[in-house]
Design a protein around this ligand. Structure first.
Ligand SMILES: CC(C)(COP(=O)(O)OP(=O)(O)OC[C@H]1O[C@@H](n2cnc3c(N)ncnc32)[C@H](O)[C@@H]1OP(=O)(O)O)[C@@H](O)C(=O)NCCC(=O)NCCSC(=O)C[C@H](O)C(=O)O
Ligand code: MG
Length: 289
């Protein structure tokens, strides 16, 4: 999931545009982009879209960001989604492992009532406490399939500049390592500055350098930029192929450390090269495909 396009639940006219886009995933929103008095309307639009064969024929991952646990909307959101075949529920404002487990208990009851299979859980890290406890959140339950940064909630109320590179780097690394501890992917947060494609590219590239798997998009203009940043380029794929070939040869000879292109390679480097080739294969890129 390189790109994940947000679609406000009250704007159904955008849903098929999202489905026709190059985004890997559609992220229907019931939370901040929906006014409190329109939650029921948004819920109905999103549930209908998830059941719409024309929309699902696009083959995109379907994610829904529900309202936070503890709001009057959470249980109704979850009940409306059970049985729609969505891939993941995106939980906003997650602050602890207990909160993840409490949310999952409610989701599981709704799924059981609908006879539905369990979906994944994408947990947002977007509060100071959530950031401090990010690893516990990531490891809270095997249903947690990813962590996602929410810069708006994490920075805006505290006067932290959204373009402060140090702040961005610190948050990203902390979230990435928390996700790594749970062996799940991390996703970079959305950039509200839709008129700044260069900033979007710089953010996407910086987070990929930290091993992030993708980034949220809020506008179609961000999708191609994000997709390009989160896929390996030709040189990266070619080098990964050389490393894997050398690793296979070395492993057959019982050698653990060797050199490729003047650099020492051992097990973690070989694993990383195999991951690059696997990603390239999944995306149908280059010779790896
Ligand atoms: C930001 C927007 C309100 C801008 O909308 P608009 O002014 O309509 O954009 P454009 O006129 O430039 O649109 C050009 C065409 O693209 C279509 N479009 C626009 N946005 C989308 C979209 N999200 N998906 C699909 N298609 C889209 C327009 O319809 C135009 O089409 P056409 O007329 O045929 O050319 C709007 O983009 C928007 O609402 N974006 C999503 C906002 C959202 O969901 N926000 C919440 C998530 S972000 C967040 O909360 C992060 C986190 O939690 C945190 O704390 O940081
Ligand atoms: Mg948020």
């Amino acid at each position: 999931m390189r790109s994940k396009l947000f679609l406000p639940g009250t704007r159904p006219e955008l849903f098929l545009k999202g489905a026709a886009s190059a985004a890997d995933a559609l992220s229907f929103d019931l939370e901040d982009s929906v006014a409190p008095e329109r939650k029921a309307e948004a819920r109905a639009h999103v549930a209908a879209a998830l059941r719409d064969p024309a929309l699902r024929a696009a083959g995109k991952l379907a994610i829904v960001r529900v309202n936070a646990l503890g709001t009057p909307h959470f249980a109704e959101d979850v009940a409306a989604l059970a049985g729609t075949g969505l891939d993941a529920i995106n939980l906003p404002m997650v602050e602890s492992a207990a909160m993840v487990r409490d949310a999952i208990a409610i989701i599981a009851r709704a799924e059981a009532a609908a006879g539905a299979a369990p979906c994944g859980i994408l947990a947002n890290i977007e509060t100071p406490r959530g950031l401090r406890l990010a690893a516990e959140i990531a490891c809270a339950d095997p249903r947690v399939t990813g962590l996602q940064i929410g810069y708006g909630d994490l920075f805006e109320p505290f006067g932290i500049a959204r373009d402060d590179e140090v702040a961005l780097h610190q948050v990203r690394l902390q979230v990435r390592l928390a996700a790594a501890e749970a062996r799940i992917p991390a996703f970079d947060g959305a950039l509200a500055a839709i008129a700044s494609p260069e900033r979007c590219r710089a953010e996407a590239e910086a987070s990929r350098r930290l091993g992030f798997a993708g980034k949220s998009c809020i506008h179609p203009s961000q999708i191609a930029i994000v997709n390009a940043a989160f896929q390996p380029g030709e040189a990266e794929i070619a080098r990964a192929a050389r490393v894997v070939a050398a690793a296979e040869e070395a492993e057959a000879k019982g050698i653990g450390a060797y050199t490729v292109d003047g650099q020492m390679v051992d097990a973690p480097f070989a694993a990383s090269a195999r991951a690059v080739l696997a990603l390239a294969r999944r995306l149908g890129l280059g010779a790896a495909a």
